[in-house]
Design a protein around this ligand. Structure first.
Ligand code: SF4
Ligand code: SF4
Length: 163
């Protein structure tokens, strides 16, 4: 399977999961706080795909992203975020696609998006670090999803840019 075909398939599953939890999801166009603070870990295969998105940008957006890259701060905003929207949306990494959902990862640990603390996703069913509804029953960690690929190393976006 090509990486693109894998992404199409993943997007369909994620769409189903977001629908399943829709009453607990507040993600919408313009809500970008999850792109303003974070590590954005991604693998080499995702980075290469992301750079295809960069190549396809308008000259103006390319300059904005290049300036953002020059000023990137560890743990800060993603350089691809322009005016509260993802400039490379179809090319974004896996973590950006799955982010927002609460799911079961390894050893039955439930991952809940950090914005549950901010009155956004799952807030009404979030108590003491846990949610009171069934999480998505698929491990949506990048490593797990990419297990059939030779995906290369996984690094935070800042480290890809600075090493
Ligand atoms: S995951 Fe949270 S912060 Fe990110 S878009 Fe969805 S509601 Fe907004
Ligand atoms: S690639 Fe796009 S979706 Fe992912 S963190 Fe950056 S701006 Fe947000």
């Amino acid at each position: 399977m090509t990486y693109k075909a894998f992404l199409d398939n993943l997007d369909k599953r994620l769409e189903k999961y977001f629908k399943l939890h829709k009453e607990h999801i507040n993600c919408c166009l313009g809500c970008s706080s999850c792109c303003e603070k974070g590590d954005y870990p991604l693998s080499q295969i995702e980075l290469e795909y992301l750079m295809q998105g960069f190549t396809a940008l308008s000259e103006k957006d390319k300059i904005t992203v290049q300036n953002n890259i020059k000023n990137i701060v560890k743990g800060g905003a993603c350089p691809f975020l322009i005016e509260n929207r993802c400039s490379v949306y179809p090319f974004r990494p896996i973590i950006c696609r799955a982010h927002g959902l609460a799911y079961i990862c390894h050893d039955n640990v439930v991952k809940v998006p950090y914005c549950a603390h901010e009155g956004k996703n799952y807030t009404k069913v979030y108590k003491n670090g846990e949610i009171e509804i069934n999480p998505i029953n698929e491990n949506l960690d990048t490593k797990e999803l990419l297990k059939d690929f030779d995906f290369g190393e996984i690094r935070n976006l800042y480290d890809w840019i600075n090493h």
